[in-house]
Design a binder for this molecule. Sequence first.
Ligand SMILES: Nc1ncnc2c1ncn2[C@@H]1O[C@H](COP(=O)(O)OP(=O)(O)OP(=O)(O)O)[C@@H](O)[C@H]1O
Ligand SMILES: [Mg+2]
Length: 356
Amino acid sequence: MTATEICESVETATAGLLIGDSNAMIEVRRQVAQVGPSDASVIVTGPSGSGKEMVARAIHAASSRASGAHISVNCGAIPRDLIESELFGHEKGSFTGAHAQHRGRFEEADGGTLFLDEIGDMPHDMQVKLLRVLEDRRVTRVGGRGAMPVDVRVVSATHRCLDTAIDEQKFREDLFYRLAVFPIELPGLAERREDVPQLVHHFLKAPGAKRTRVLFNSKALDRLAMHDWPGNVRELKNLVERACILHPGETIGAEQVDRLLMRRGKVAAAERAALWAATEPMPTPAPAMIEAEADMPKLSRDKPVALKTMMAEMERKWIEDALALSGGVVAEAARLLTLQRTTLIEKMRKYGIEAA
Ligand SMILES: Nc1ncnc2c1ncn2[C@@H]1O[C@H](COP(=O)(O)OP(=O)(O)OP(=O)(O)O)[C@@H](O)[C@H]1O
Ligand SMILES: [Mg+2]
């Protein structure tokens, strides 16, 4: 096969994963097809919800490692003191709580691909260790004596600008160059609005959505293409899911799209309970939920708000309160927060909150 033929066949294999025929998406698919078959480290950058994890999966699918494992690690969701053992494993008794030997993610990904999501959140001391592993291609478990060879292709992703992190010396430049042999930049959905109809069509074909027989007419699609999509493809996917739950059997028009877009973030309590009941295996009955009408500071031109920090603080406080109320029972705290237990556990890890 010629190089062009290889690219074409790989492109066909990944086309089902990465939907969209905008120039930007065609270019992304071309890059995936080019880099996939090599073992080069790839870094995928792009705003939240733009499809970075999908690109990582497409790279794996396009590689000769496709039959091997694709292991995902969210570097921002693992407590600092557990990250080394999570990545490299540990030997029994190597620290308090290490009751058994544990294989790390590198070992699990041996012969396959390791996806390091939110690489920008990797603590500085771990960056040094990661760099060493990438250079030596060998890992040493925490408390282990010898280093084991691992054959892993690393794909990483970040929604942050790592240039700034490098300038501020929060991210090691040498590690960046190791990870970014081949960078792929994913634009936000607002920069490739042409993809909206195809994505809607794709999400409507998902088994759950298909059963609801929902359609979007052309005016609805026009309206969707005009939206700014701060939450990118994820926001669109969620909107389609909401449409399927709220309007089964209907053809969605422009007015319904307007309402679906307006509902973002201020869904009425009853409707939200219905949505939860339809999408999550919730312990019923659904609780009477508190409307999130918190005492919020007013935004003004001379007083910007640190939105991310504020939201994170609020999330942490609610989680801590729920755990206190539930006496540390995670399932009960999850019910109080109308979250899935696994989602709550992930958030607890992110904030380093212990259950008891
Ligand atoms: N081009 C695409 N084709 C089909 N589905 C897509 C595409 N891009 C994104 N999606 C879907 O949108 C959702 C969000 O994508 P993904 O998780 O890959 O985004 P992300 O950039 O990793 O987000 P985050 O920064 O929040 O981790 C997923 O459900 C994914 O399946
Ligand atoms: Mg992601």
